[in-house]
Design a protein around this ligand. Structure first.
Ligand code: NDP
Ligand code: 8X3
Length: 258
């Protein structure tokens, strides 16, 4: 099967400063795509940009955005959008969970922050970049959902609900873009070892350790594999959704630990 070349593509990746987003950035660069990499941690982005330019010879713009803030998104994107004539790939990856407390015992401000980041940020960025995506050579929007969006687990009401939003929003986009060349994909990983649990448990290393104990979790590069597969399919082939789990994970809440 003839696959698509990403040479001269431009890919926009949110949450590129660590974990899954970082792995996707390196993978797309290795396939020849130029990049716009976004996150809040400017130093990390600048170091990555320098390394990627050196290793892969592609162009990289590092863009500081807080995707939980409409003002921050608008400010950063308006500057960039006016300088671009197209965008080929948008990866909406930035996201987080905060805490594993039962909802009635959880912190409301944190819940709101998770919804702003995982849902509002993704929705606004997609809206603002859609006109450029429609001009892309092999246009593709990929949202990073989660197995957590398929079924809730205790202590995950808000996080799971945000990933259910990502699933349904992505399905809606697929219908709305059906008469265009834009392909729409939802990637739904299970447990992936990144900084995710460290953020979720506010650096409590014993809680973080217990999440990955007794199981070989997925790694960020596994998710990057599914992205590579999705973006390089020929244009008649749209990957709608991929669910990927560690071998001993059964669903969003059940894990066999050795
Ligand atoms: P990491 O914590 O390693 O990475 C999260 C990324 O999101 C970082 O680059 C972070 O950058 C960025 N981010 C977080 N909040 C904001 C914000 N307000 N504005 C801009 N960027 C932000 O976690 P993962 O790589 O694991 O997570 C990536 C995505 O994958 C998330 O959407 C997560 O829900 C999803 N996912 C993760 C799974 C896992 O088990 N790890 C499983 C399934 C899905 P910075 O802090 O510099 O802003
Ligand atoms: C992140 C995976 O298991 O923490 O989406 O919900 S999990």
């Amino acid at each position: 099967m003839k696959t698509i070349s990403l040479k001269n593509n431009l890919s926009f990746i949110t949450g590129a400063s660590s974990g899954i987003g970082e792995a996707i950035a390196y993978r797309l660069a290795s396939l020849g795509s130029n990049l716009i990499i976004c996150a809040r941690r400017e130093d990390r982005l600048n170091d990555m940009a320098e390394k990627i330019r050196k290793d892969y010879g592609v162009e990289v713009i590092a863009l500081t955005i807080d995707v939980s803030s409409i003002d921050s998104i608008k400010q950063s994107l308006n500057t960039v959008i006016s300088k671009l004539d197209k965008l080929d790939i948008l990866i909406n990856n930035a996201g987080l969970a905060l805490g594993r407390d039962k909802y009635h015992e959880s912190n409301l401000d944190e819940s709101i922050r998770v919804i702003r980041t995982n849902c509002e940020g993704l929705m606004i960025i997609t809206k603002m970049l859609s006109p450029l995506i429609l001009k892309g050579d092999n246009p593709h929007i990929i949202n990073i959902g989660s197995i957590a969006g398929d079924e809730a687990y205790s202590g995950g009401a808000i996080y799971c609900a945000t990933k259910a939003f990502v699933k349904t929003f992505t399905d809606g986009l697929r219908l709305d873009f059906m008469d265009t060349n834009v392909r729409i994909t939802n990637i739904k990983p299970g447990l992936v070892e990144t900084e995710f649990s460290n953020i979720r448990f506010r650096g409590d290393s014993s809680k973080v350790k217990s999440i990955y104990e007794g199981i070989d979790p997925l790694v960020a590069e596994d998710v990057a594999d599914t992205i590579e597969f999705s973006v390089t399919r020929p244009m008649h082939f749209q990957v709608a959704e991929i669910t990927l789990l560690a071998t001993h994970q059964g669903n969003g809440s059940q894990i066999y630990r050795k």
